[in-house]
Design a binder for this molecule. Sequence first.
Ligand code: KIV
Ligand code: ZN
Length: 514
Amino acid sequence: MTTPRSIRIFDTTLRDGEQSPGASMNLTEKMEIAQALVSLGVDVIEAGFPIASPGDFASVRDIAGTVSGATICGLARCNNADIDRAWEALQHARQPRIHVFLATSSIHREFKLRMNEDEVLARAVAGVSRARTLCGDVEFSPEDAARTEIDFLCRVVEAVIAAGATTVNIPDTVGYATPMQMHRVIKSLVDRVPNIDKAVISTHCHDDLGLAVANSLAAVEAGAGQIECTINGIGERAGNCSLEEVVMALRTRSDHYSCDTRINTQKLVPTSRLVANITGIQVPRNKAIVGRNAFAHEAGIHQDGMLKERRTYEIMRPEDVGLERTDLVLGKHSGRAALADRAKALGYQLTPEQLQTVFERFKLLADRKKEIYDGDVAALCEQQFAALPEQFVYEGYSLSSDSGSAPTVTLRVHQEGVPKSVSITAGDGPIDGIFLAIEKLTGITTVCRDFRVQAVTVGKDAQAEVTVELEHAGQMQRGRGVSTDSLEASAKAFLAATNRLALGASPRLHPQRP
Ligand code: KIV
Ligand code: ZN
C-alpha cells in the first residue's frame, strides 16, 4: 500500500467564481462563503482581486484579517501597483499568498500585451521578485499556459521559480485543452524544468468544452499538487473546474489516483447550497455530486437493485457528500426541536435567533402546505443566510386578470419601515404586471435577462422557487424568491434583484480584460 499523495485544494469561488455574470457578492456574503470554505477544509482561498475596486480591496482585507485555517490569497497583474495593493490587503493574514499572473501564449503576447518572449519573461521575473520582497508565499500563473509554446512555457516556469515563486499554476484559461494534452504539458514541466522540485505545480482549468474536471485530474496524474476550482464550478464564461466533482473523483477513485485532499466531503452539499443561494446561480438538477437528482433512482430495476444492495447502482454514499436520505416529513404539528434537528442534519448551523425566524416561517408555510420536506426546510434556512440589507421589503400583492387583457396589480412594500403601495393596469400577463408594478414603485427600470421557476419539492402544493437575472445601467444582479404561490415567489425574486441593484455597484476592474 502506498501512502496517498495529498493534493491542495485552492478555491477561487470568490475571485474567478465572482467573474460569472451577475454573481457579484457583497462583503457579508463573501465573508460567509470564506468561513464555509474553511470548514469545508480548502487549503487556499483566493479572496479577490484587491486593485479591482475599493469594495474588492475591503473584502480581501477583511477576510485576511479575520479568517484563519486556510491560506488567503489575492490576485495581482504583473505590475508593482497591483502587487503592492494585493499585499496591502493581505498583510494581516496568518498565511498570506500573492498570486501574480501574466499571459504567455503567442496570441496574448502579440495581440493583448504587444510584447515579445523576452519582454514577457523579464516582466514575469520582475513581478515575482517584487511579490517575494513582500510575501514568502508567491504563486505565478502564465495565463493561457495551455496554448503557450512548451519550450517558452518551460523557460518562464524555470525563471519564475528561480525568482522565488513557490507555486506555479498552469491555467487553461480558455478551456481549450484536452486531458491528454494537459497531461503532456504538466509532464513536460516535471521532466524538463530543472528547479521544478522547488515549487508546487498547480492547475486551473476552465470548462468551455466541459473538460475542466477531466483536465484537472489529468494534470494531477502528471504531477500537479494543487487544483484550482470553484464551488458548483461557477466562474468566467462556462466556469471553472468544479470543486465537489474533482474532490469526489479523487476520493471515489483513490484506487486509481492514490491521492487525497483535506476536504470534509460531508460539507459539500451545504456549501454548494450556500453558494447557489448567495450568487443566485442555481445548480442544474442533474449536476454530479450536488444536483438534486444526483442520488435519485427513478427506474424500477434500479430501485430494486438498490433495495438489495445499494452498491449495485451507487458509487458514492449520499451521506458522504452531506445528503442525508430521509423519509421524515414535517408538518403543522412538528415542534421547534424537530425542525432544528432537520436543519442540522441538512448542514445548517442556525443561531437561536435564526432558528426562531425559521420556525415562525415554518409555521406559516405549514398552514399553506400539508407536508414539509427537506427541500422546504433547506429553502427556509437559506433565506436566513441570504439576508442582505433591503431597501424595499416585500409585503404582498393583489391582482385581478383576464386572459387577453392587461392585469390590474396592487403591490405593497416597506421602504425603510414606511409602507408604500402602487396600483397599475399594465403588462402582458400577471407576472409581467407584477414586474412593472415593482419598477414603478422602486423607480428602477430593468431588463429581465433570465427568469426561471422550479418546484422546491414534490406535490401540487410544492413551493415554487423563482430566480431572475436583471440588468440595469450595465449592472447585472440576480434574485431568488420562494413561496407556495408562484406569483409571490416571482415578486420576491424580482424585488430581491432590484434591491441588489439599488445598493449599486462601484466600477471595478476585470483582471483579464483591458
Ligand atoms: O483563467 C485564468 O487564466 C485565470 C488566471 C488569472 C489564473 O483566472
Ligand atoms: Zn480563470
